[in-house]
Each structure stands twice: as C-alpha cells, then as structure tokens.
Write a protein that binds this ligand. Structure first.
Ligand SMILES: [Zn+2]
Length: 375
C-alpha cells in the first residue's frame, strides 16, 4: 500500500464577503481535489485539541496521529529536532529570540528580522558574556536563522517555569510576561547580562543609523526537554518521507524518524516551485510507504490577508502537486491519498483559527469510483 498526504498549510478559511460569501478553497479551480472529494470521502476534523492554540506544530502532529497532549514536546525541542540538535536526557532547551524592547515594551519579536550575519555576531558577544567556552558553563547557545536561536542548559529543573512567546505580546509591557517560577532567576540574570552587551553593540549602532529595529535583548521561552516521541515506523509499520520548505515540519519528520527530502526551489511563499515538489513527491513514492507533501504558501498568503494569492496557491497545489501524485498513485495496485490542511488561517484576521478543517481522501478499492487525475 502506498500513502500520500498533501497538506496545503492554512488553506481552510472562513467565508469572505468579496468572494460572494465563499471561502478561497470553494472559489479555487481545483479539478484534482474535486475528483478526490467526489469519488472518496470528505468531512471536517478537529486538529486543535482543547488548551492548545492552532499552529502547524500542534495541528500537524494531530494530523499524523500524534496526540499533542501526549507528544508535543514544546516549541524549542521541536526546533532542536529540526536543527538536528541531539539533546542529552538532562538537557533543557529554550528558544532564544533577539527582540526589540523599548521602554519595557515588546516592540518587535524579531528585532526587525535581523540578518543571519548580524545575529551571529551578536550571539557571539552574548556567549562571551554569559557562557564563555571552556569555563564549564552548562549553558550553550545555538545560532539559528535570523532572530531564532536556541539555548540549552545541561541540568536544572524548569518544569514549573512559565514563559511567554514574544509574538503573543506585541506592543505590550513586558513586565508581567517575564519568566516566572522555579529557575526564572537564572534566565532573568542572563537576559539582563545580554542586554548590557547588546545595548551599544556596533551592530545595533549601525541598525540605529539605518532606522532598523535593534536587537536590544534576548527573550527566552518555549522550553522543554528532549522529545519522547515513538517513531512512526514503530507505531504504524510504515516508512515515511516529508517534503517541506519549513523547519518546523522538518523537525516533526525527524521526530517521527522520517526522511526529509530536500527539493531545490521550494519556499514558504507562492514563488515556490510547485512542480518540483510534485515531481519529487512522485519519485519518493517509489521508495517510501508514505509521502507527506507540505506546502506553506496558502498560510503565508493568509497572513498577508491576500485571498487572491491564497486562491492561486491552492490552484497551483492542485495542478502541480495533487495532479501528478494522483496519477503516480494509480501506478500502484493499492494506494490512499489524503488532502487536508493542518489548520485554518483566516484572510480576514490574518491569524490561525482553530475551527475544524475539511479533508478529502480517496484510494484504490474503496467504495465508489477511483478518482482520475485531471488532464
Ligand atoms: Zn501560519
């Protein structure tokens, strides 16, 4: 049996007035998805459990059969998995953002999307101050992309520590959102030391001259320990592969013991090479039992409030990803195809929404007709 899953990230939406009260998915011309829907099964399903917020981390775990309440290791451990960072059992890992804080207000959770080069220079200065190599410090910083770094602490107990994601408190005073609970003093000390180093660092002086948001502080959050997630093959007896342009999804694939297949030219936006992703997915079906094809573009368009691009991205996914996969699957005697967004993202609010998402699935030897690829 061959299985393919296509995840058009954030493709679900609410009715939009300018679209005559229809959703982008309803309006998009998507003959392949329509065929799957008409000959297979459709429905809606909840991917955001109670007490979780809708995001690709939570919802994709749910979609793939991993209950977030049991298996979601926290934001930082997921990202550590994406970076291929091996955590020791006694390690704690934190997200370490470069942020812009002005007069104790969180002005920017990304320090103006600071460049990788600037972020690395600043992180080196912070490391020198907080945890110089060779001093036996249990703290290690791991540079990531732009403002997104990780920090590990070997030992300690942060299980009763409360932290706040910086993107949840835009333009709000930080005072009540600083780390609280056991272990918080250590973090507050580090944040204070980092501030002293960053305040007048030459990288920031240059940013100031250019009117760009400065990396005034580090913000520690999203902590957790090494993820304890049973591999997919162990649970379901199937070897899987993931194709995505997004680190978080690569991290989930690593946790599941899936192969990440790199595809040149794929991005998080509508400029992605849809056709290349479709081709690589078809190839991967020859080698793996289950191939998961994640496309970020509809989500990014929704965050821009751009329903026209969202519709265009759904149409491209239909033509260049679903179509070829559907044709390829029919060369195997037994197959299943699931098309389902991880979560809804509303163009109206430009945010994720935890409403149930629609799905369509079809396959060989199911009741009803076998869907044909649209040509
Ligand atoms: Zn999103």
């Amino acid at each position: 049996m061959k299985y393919a899953i296509v995840i058009p990230d954030g493709a679900a939406d609410s009715p939009i007035e300018e679209l005559g009260g229809k959703t982008p998915l309803e309006v998009a011309r998507k003959p392949n998805m329509d065929n799957v829907a008409m000959s297979g099964r459709i429905g809606t399903v909840r991917t955001t459990p109670p007490n979780f917020s809708a995001g690709s981390d939570v919802c994709t775990l749910c979609l793939l059969g991993y209950d977030p309440a049991k298996y979601h290791p926290g934001r930082a451990p997921l990202e550590a998995a994406a970076m291929g960072l091996k955590l020791a059992p006694e390690d704690w890992v934190f997200r370490c953002n470069f942020v812009t804080i002005v007069d104790d207000v969180m002005v920017d959770n990304s320090a103006g999307h600071i460049t990788d080069g600037e972020a690395r220079t600043l992180l080196e200065a912070v490391i020198k101050q907080i945890a110089p190599p060779g001093t036996g410090s249990p703290v290690i910083f791991h540079p990531g992309v732009s403002y997104r770094n990780l920090m590990t602490v070997n030992g300690g107990d942060f299980s009763r520590l409360a932290t706040t994601p910086p993107h949840d408190i835009p333009d709000q005073p930080i005072k009540t959102h600083l780390p609280k609970g056991a272990g918080s003093q250590m973090l507050l000390d580090m944040m204070q030391k980092a501030h002293a180093v960053l305040k007048d660092h030459e990288v920031n002086l240059v940013r100031r001259q250019f009117g760009e948001n400065e990396a005034t502080d580090i913000w520690l959050w999203g902590q957790g320990r090494a993820a304890n997630v049973p591999e997919f093959a162990q649970r379901f007896g199937k070897q899987g592969a993931m194709i995505t342009a997004v680190d978080l999804l690569r991290g989930i694939a690593n946790l599941l013991g899936w192969q990440n297949i790199a595809v040149p030219g794929i991005t998080s936006y509508h400029d992605t090479d849809y056709a290349a992703q479709g081709r690589y997915a078809c190839d991967a079906l020859d080698h793996y039992d289950i191939v998961c094809c994640h496309v970020e573009a509809p989500d990014e368009a929704s965050h821009q409030g751009d329903y026209a691009t969202k519709i265009a991205s759904i149409e491209s996914i239909d033509q260049y990803v679903v179509g070829p996969i559907l044709a390829k699957l029919q060369t195997f005697p037994e197959w299943r195809l699931l098309i389902m967004p991880d979560h809804a993202t509303q163009c109206s609010t430009r945010k994720h929404h935890d409403a149930p998402v629609p799905f369509a699935m079809a396959g060989s030897q199911r009741k009803g007709a076998v869907p044909r690829p649209y040509t």
